[in-house]
Every structure is written in C-alpha cells, then in structure tokens.
Design a protein around this ligand. Structure first.
Ligand SMILES: [Zn+2]
Length: 191
C-alpha cells in the first residue's frame, strides 16, 4: 500500500465527473488499498478516488472503525434532513460549514470483486456517503453550504439532531459550524 497525494480545492480533477468502474482487477484493489491508507494517514472519515486523482466511481467510508468500499455507488430512498458541519481532506478546514443531508438513505454499490452491496445508512454514516458520492460528480461540500432561511424558526430549520443516537458525534448534534471547528478534538469529520 502507498499513501497518495490528496488533491486540494482548485485542482480541476476535483470538478470532473468520474467514470464507472468496469474492471474489477488487481489495479482496482491497489487503488482501494492506497485510498484506505491515505484516508487513515489524513485521519479522514471517507475518501473518493478523484481525491487521489483517479476519475473512477470508487469511494471508501470509515464509520465507527469500520471501513466500507463502495464501487459505482447509487443513492436512493433519501429521507429526512440533517444540517451539520462538514470538512473535507481536499478543502482548507477554515471553510468547514453546515450542509443539509438526508437523515437516512439506501446506497447500492459493488464491492472490490464486483459483487452487489446494499447499505442502509442513517445519520453521520449517511452524511459521509453523500459527501463522497458528491466527489464522484465533481461536487464539493462548500458548493452546498447551508444558509439559514431568513424566516427560519427552530421548527423548520430541518435538523433532526434529536433523532441521532445518544452517542452521536458533537458534529451531528449541533447546527453551528463553530461546533465543529472548535470542538473537533481529533474526531474524524473530513472526507
Ligand atoms: Zn471530501
């Protein structure tokens, strides 16, 4: 395995749409192993192939110590809305900001051998999947920075923090971007 260089915002490759993976070979396995090592080195919660300069639809998510490889991921059955702060290995942490994501979703994909994978994800895990799949479409989280509606009331700001599990991260219980920037004590929030 090898640590690969993570592209930073401004690199045009991060803005391109990645192509489907069609060959499930040793080369893909090496890419995934390198992505995993790079994600861990950078203390990320996820990583997408375009972040290491490979425009293929492959992502890895790391949730509660468990890594999941998702090849050609497709999101469906999105439900609910959670507003919480995000960061990204490819974006300066000064730009961390709130993003609205579905509370839960289904992700169908393939594993590194091409076998079908179906994941039902909620909360922070769903957020990581959305963030990484956005990378495959050339979208960065800063493109989706959440702005409070001018007439927002506490009831319609959309956060479902109370639905989060009691051991949820501070990042997904709050709606203040500063909660993340200031309270991030080594917790992996970036992808
Ligand atoms: Zn990212």
């Amino acid at each position: 395995m090898a640590i690969r260089n993570v592209l930073k915002e401004g690199d045009e490759l991060l803005r391109k749409r990645s192509k489907p993976v069609t060959v499930f070979d040793e080369r893909l396995a090496i890419l995934l192993d390198d992505m995993k090592e790079t994600m861990r080195e950078e203390n990320g919660a996820g990583i997408a192939a375009p972040q290491v300069g490979v425009l293929r639809r492959a992502v890895i998510i790391d949730y509660e110590g468990e890594t999941t490889e998702l090849i050609n991921p497709v999101i469906s059955n999105e439900d609910g809305v959670v507003i919480a702060a995000e960061g990204c290995l490819s974006v300066d942490s000064k730009k961390n900001c709130n993003v609205a994501r579905p509370y839960k979703l289904t992700c169908t994909a393939q594993d590194r051998d091409g076998k079908p994978v179906v994941i039902e994800a909620e909360g922070w895990k769903a957020r990581i999947i959305c963030h990484e799949v956005d990378h495959l479409n050339g979208i960065l989280f800063i493109d989706k920075a959440y702005k409070e509606p001018p007439n927002a009331t506490p009831q319609n700001q959309g956060t479902k923090a109370s639905d989060e599990p009691p051991n949820g991260t501070p990042q997904n219980q709050g709606t203040e971007a500063g909660d993340n920037a200031d309270g991030n004590k080594g917790k992996k929030t970036d992808g």
